[in-house]
Design a protein around this ligand. Structure first.
Ligand SMILES: Nc1nc2c(ncn2[C@@H]2O[C@H](COP(=O)(O)O[C@H]3[C@@H](O)[C@H](n4cnc5c(=O)[nH]c(N)nc54)O[C@@H]3COP(=O)(O)O)[C@@H](O)[C@H]2O)c(=O)[nH]1
Length: 665
C-alpha cells in the first residue's frame, strides 16, 4: 500500500503494467505506463516490451519466496526525465501457465503545495481500488488480481462485467479493431453497479485482453454532490442562479435562432424581512420552503422556477405567445401565494410582488432582461405590494430614485428630517373636532416633502421602520404634552403602526416608557393597526393588544374591510374603534353593495360596543349617508387635509372641540 504521507498528483494518470518474469516480457502495459517506461526505465525496451536480464534476475530472486497477492518487500522511488518523482509498488500475480508475474503501479508524487485534500482522497481511493484481469480471445477469464476478484466476484466471461449487455458488445467490438481502449463505464461489482475507468489492451500475439479497472464511483458521487451544491439551492432544492443563467443563455440562443419570445417573472415576497427579524431565520426558512412549493404547483409544466437567494425567485418560460400569457401566470401565482401558511405552529400571511420582462420587447440580453424584470418587481412593490407589473422604460429610472431614498433614510432619521402632520377627526353629527391622526412627512433637503407612501415601504424593508416608528410615537406624545402645556383642551391623537413595528418584541415596553417619560395620559393616545398585521400571528397579536389595553392605550383597526376579519374574530380583540376603509366610503350613495357594507359594519360595531370612524370622506353626500347610518366619526379632505402643528391648532380653534374626556374609552 502507498505511503499515505505522500501526496499524489491527481492530474496524471496512474501508470500500471505487468511483468512476466519467465518470459522477460510485459504482457500488459497501460498508456501512461508505456510512455513512462519508454522514457525512464532503461531496463525495459520500448516496443518489444521485454525486460533486461539484470532486472529479470533481481525480480526472480525476490519473487521465489512470495505467493500470489503478496506485496513486494520493496518500493521504488525514481525520477523521470521531466523530473517527476514516482513512487512504485508491486504485488505478485499468477500468469498463464501458472507462471509468477508482477503487477506494478507507479504514482507520481507532487509537493503538498500544488496538491489539495480532495485530490488526495480521490487518488488514494483509486490507488486502493486498482485491479486488473486477463481474458482470452473468447472473453473467458484467464487470470485476475486479488483485488479484481474481491471487487467483481467470480467473473467467467468479460461480458459478465458490464452492467448493460449492449455496452459489452460495443466494447468488445471496438477492442477487436484497435490495440487499446480507454473508457469510463458502469460495471457490475459485488457492491452493485459502479462507475469505473477502464483501460484495455489487446495483445495481438496471444489474442488476450488485459483489463485494468479503477473504481471511480466515489469520485463521481463527489462530482455529482459538488454539482448539486453549485447549482441547486439547499433550502428548497430548486435550481439556483447558475442554472438560471444557463437556461437563459440557451433560451436566448433558441429564441434568436427561431425568432421566438421568452419571458421571465421576478418574484419577491413582501416584507419578508419582518418575518425573519421577528420570528427568526428558522421560521423564515420554513416559510420560504412552503412558498416555493406553492409557486411550483402553479407554474405551467414548461416553466422553470429558480431561487436566487433570500426571498427572491425567478420563473422562466420559453416560446411564449405574448405578454398576456406571462401576466396570466403571475396572476395565478399571486392568487396562490397570497394566503396563510401553517409555519412553526402559527398561521402566517405573506404576499408577493412580481415583475415581468420579455425577450425581445424589453431587452435583448440576459442581464438587462433580469434587471428590467427586477425594476418591474420594484414598481409592483412600491405601488402597493401583492401585485405584478410588466416592465416599462421609465421603471429603471424610478428604481434609482428608490435606492437614493433608501440610502438617505438612515441619515434622515439621524438628522430628524421628519415632521408629523395632523389630520382632524370629526364627530358626527355636530362636526366638532375630537382628535387627530398623526401622519409622518419627510422634509428631504433636496427632494422636498416626501409622502410616507414612498418611504414607509422602504423603511419596512430595511428595518429602519423600528427607529422611525419609535420617533413617531415619541414625537406624537411630545406634541400632546406641548398642546396641553400651552393650555389647549385635550385631544386624542392616533399613530399608525407598521406590521414590522407591531411584531417588534419590546413594542409594548417602548410605548409604556415613552408615555411615562412624556407624561401623556394613555387615554389620549391611540394606536392604529391593520387587520393583516393581526392575522400574521393571531394568538400573539391578541396578547399584545391586551398588554396595550393594560397600559390604558386605545386601539383602532385601520382600513377595516380590506382584510379577512370576521365578526367572531373581532369579538376576541380588545379593540375600541373600527376605521372603515376609504374604498367603501368613495362610492357611498352610488353603489348599493358599498352602502350595505358600510351600514352593516356600523351596526355590527354598535352591537360590539365599538366606535366607528369613516376615512376618506370627501363630499357632503358621503357625510349625509354616514349620518343616516349613525356613524360616529369621520375623517377626510372634506374637513381637512393633514395639517402642520400650527395649522391644526388654528383649525381646532375655528371648528370647535368636543369634550374629549366624555368620549375617551
Ligand atoms: N407606519 C406608519 N405609517 C404611516 C405613518 N404616517 C403615514 N403613514 C401611512 O402612509 C400612508 C399614506 O399616508 P398619507 O400620505 O399621510 O395619507 C393619509 C391621508 O392624507 C390620506 N387621506 C386622508 N383623508 C383622505 C381623503 O379624504 N382622501 C384621500 N384620497 N386621502 C385621504 O389617507 C392617509 C391616511 O390613511 P390611514 O392611515 O389609512 O388612515 C397611509 O397608509 C398611512 O397610514 C406613520 O407614522 N407610520
Amino acid at each position: 500500500m502507498a505511503d499515505l504521507s505522500i501526496l499524489l498528483n491527481c492530474k496524471m494518470p496512474l501508470a500500471a503494467w505487468i511483468i512476466d518474469i519467465d518470459h522477460s516480457s510485459i504482457p500488459f502495459c497501460n498508456a501512461a505506463a508505456e510512455s513512462l517506461l519508454t522514457d525512464s526505465l532503461g531496463d525495459i525496451k520500448s516496443g518489444e516490451r521485454a525486460i533486461g536480464k539484470v532486472l529479470q534476475e533481481r525480480l526472480a530472486l525476490h519473487l521465489s519466496e512470495l505467493n500470489e497477492g503478496d506485496k513486494l518487500p520493496f518500493k521504488w522511488a525514481f525520477t523521470s526525465k521531466d523530473n517527476t518523482q514516482f513512487h512504485v509498488i508491486g504485488s505478485v500475480v499468477v500468469l498463464d501457465g501458472n507462471r509468477k508475474g508482477l503487477s506494478i503501479e507507479a504514482h507520481p508524487v507532487v509537493s503538498p503545495i500544488v496538491s489539495n485534500a480532495t485530490c488526495n482522497i480521490n487518488l488514494l481511493s483509486q490507488f486502493k481500488s486498482l485491479s486488473f484481469a486477463v481474458f482470452d480471445q473468447g472473453g473467458n477469464h484467464v487470470n485476475s488480481s486479488e483485488y479484481f476478484s474481491e471487487h467483481f466476484g467470480a467473473i467467467g466471461n468479460l461480458r459478465d462485467l458490464f452492467a448493460v449487455s449492449g455496452a459489452a458488445t460495443s466494447f468488445i467490438s471496438r477492442l477487436a479493431k484497435q490495440e487499446s481502449l480507454f473508457q469510463e463505464i458502469s460495471l457490475s461489482t459485488k457492491k452493485g453497479v459502479r462507475w469505473h475507468r477502464i483501460e484495455a489492451s489487446h495483445n495481438t500475439s496471444t489474442g488476450n485482453v488485459y483489463l485494468l479497472t479503477h473504481d471511480i464511483q466515489e469520485a463521481r458521487d463527489h462530482d455529482v454532490a459538488l454539482y448539486r451544491l453549485n447549482n441547486y439551492d439547499t433550502l428548497t432544492s430548486l435550481p439556483n442562479r447558475n442554472l438560471l443563467y444557463q437556461q437563459l443563455e440557451s433560451a436566448l440562443l433558441n429564441a434568436r435562432k427561431r425568432n421566438r419570445e421568452f419571458g421571465l417573472l421576478y418574484l419577491d415576497l413582501d416584507n419578508f424581512k419582518v418575518v425573519n427579524d421577528n420570528f427568526g431565520h428558522r421560521v423564515g426558512d420554513e416559510l420560504i420552503q412552503r412558498v416555493a412549493e406553492r409557486i411550483k404547483k402553479k407554474i405551467p409544466s414548461g416553466a422553470c422556477l429558480y431561487r436566487l437567494g433570500g426571498d427572491e425567485f425567478v420563473i422562466v418560460l420559453e416560446n411564449t405567445k405574448d405578454i398576456t400569457e406571462l401576466e396570466g401566470i403571475a396572476e395565478s401565482i399571486l392568487n396562490n401565494v397570497n394566503n396563510t401558511y401553517p409555519v412553526a405552529e402559527m398561521e402566517m400571511m405573506i404576499t408577493a410582488s412580481v415583475g415581468i420582462a420579455s425577450y425581445p420587447q424589453h431587452a435583448n440580453d440576459i442581464d438587462n432582461l433580469l434587471k428590467n424584470a427586477d425594476a418591474a418587481m420594484y414598481r409592483a412593490k412600491s405601488t402597493g405590494h401583492n401585485m405584478y407589473c410588466v416592465y416599462e422604460k421609465h421603471m429603471a429610472e424610478s428604481i434609482n430614485t428608490h435606492l437614493t431614498l433608501g440610502g438617505g433614510l438612515r441619515k434622515a432619521i439621524e438628522e430628524e428630517q421628519f415632521v408629523l402632520h395632523y389630520q382632524p377627526k370629526i364627530r358626527l353629527p355636530d362636526e366638532t373636532v375630537v382628535g387627530a391622526e398623526a401622519l409622518i412627512r419627510w422634509e428631504h433637503p433636496e427632494l422636498g416633502m416626501i409622502s410616507p407612501d414612498r418611504f414607509i415601504p422602504l423603511a419596512e424593508e430595511s428595518g429602519l421602520i423600528l427607529p422611525l416608528g419609535e420617533w413617531v410615537i415619541r414625537r406624537a406624545c411630545d406634541q400632546l404634552q406641548e398642546w396641553r402645556e400651552a393650555g389647549h383642551p385635550p385631544v386624542k391623537l392616533s399613530v399608525n403602526l407598521s406590521s414590522r413595528q407591531f411584531m417588534q418584541v419590546n413594542l409594548v415596553d417602548m410605548v409604556e416608557q415613552v408615555l411615562e417619560e412624556t407624561g401623556v395620559d394613555p387615554k389620549y393616545f391611540e394606536l392604529e393597526l391593520t387587520e393583516s398585521m393581526l392575522m400574521a400571528d393571531a394568538k400573539q397579536s391578541i396578547e399584545k393588544l391586551h398588554s396595550f389595553r393594560a397600559l390604558g392605550v386605545t386601539l383602532s383597526i385601520d382600513d377595516f374591510g380590506t382584510g379577512y376579519s370576521s365578526l367572531a374574530y373581532l369579538k376576541k380583540l380588545p379593540i375600541q374603534t373600527l376605521k372603515i376603509d376609504r374604498s367603501f366610503i368613495n362610492d357611498l350613495g352610488l353603489d348599493n353593495d358599498n352602502d350595505a357594507i358600510v351600514k352593516a359594519t356600523i351596526q355590527m360595531a354598535a352591537s360590539l360596543n365599538l366606535n366607528v370612524i369613516a376615512e376618506g370622506v370627501e363630499n357632503r353626500s358621503q357625510v349625509d349617508a354616514l349620518n343616516h347610518y349613525d356613524c360616529q366619526e369621520v375623517q377626510g379632505y372634506l374637513f381637512s387635509k393633514p395639517l402642520s402643528n400650527v395649522d391644526f391648532l388654528l383649525y381646532m380653534q375655528s371648528h370647535g372641540l368636543s369634550n374629549v374626556d366624555a368620549l375617551v374609552m
